[in-house]
Design a protein around this ligand. Structure first.
Ligand code: PRP
Ligand code: GUN
Ligand code: MG
Length: 161
């Protein structure tokens, strides 16, 4: 089946990260946020601003090796977060759920929130904002750039009399 794409603009991402923060308000206070780098960094920064949270830790996990999925490997541990108690983990999305499962094993007492969730990863989250079909690749604003698209009719044929 052909891969579908869902393009997320900066405005949409900002709206969704604010919606995530609003949904997290009843869970306040958090001791800090653990951003899952790199995709979780910008959503975490937006949520931290909304929630007045200044302690930001990071966890860096690598799972994709070129196009192939490999074993998750931790590159940077979230030392300030201990076992995760009182901490909020933020990532941009869950797809297979491999990253989320691994991060949760590292921080078993933390709360896991993300913006977008595909069906396979959804059960690994405590909170997400929007569900995305499994066969859809989310294009984040940092992955994309505006591009010239040629018109349907070529210059030579245009306005032919
Ligand atoms: O549920 P999964 O199948 O594990 O996929 C989700 C993860 O994949 C992406 O990160 P990626 O590993 O591509 O790295 P990045 O955040 O540095 O871009 C995304 O930011 C999630 O962290
Ligand atoms: N940008 C992006 N990264 C991913 N990593 C795993 N799934 C996705 C996706 O849908 N979009
Ligand atoms: Mg990531």
């Amino acid at each position: 089946m052909a891969v579908q794409y869902a393009t997320v603009t900066w405005e949409q991402l900002h709206r969704d990260a604010r919606a995530l923060a609003a949904a997290l308000m009843p869970r306040m206070p958090f001791k800090g946020i653990v951003a899952v780098t790199r995709g979780g960094l910008i959503p975490a920064a937006i949520a931290a601003r909304e929630l007045g949270c200044r302690l930001i830790e990071t966890i860096s996990v690598v799972t994709y090796d070129e196009e192939e999925m490999g074993q998750p490997q931790i590159i940077k541990a979230p030392e300030a977060a201990g076992d995760g108690e009182g901490f909020l983990i933020i990532d941009d999305l869950v797809d297979s759920g491999v990253t989320a499962r691994f991060v949760r094993e590292c921080l078993p007492k933390a709360y896991f929130a993300c913006l977008y969730a595909k069906p396979a990863g959804k059960p690994l989250t405590d909170l997400f904002i929007t569900e995305v079909p499994q066969d859809t690749w989310v294009l984040f604003p940092w992955d994309t750039a505006p591009l010239f698209v040629p018109p349907l009719v070529s210059n030579k044929k245009e306005c032919a009399e």
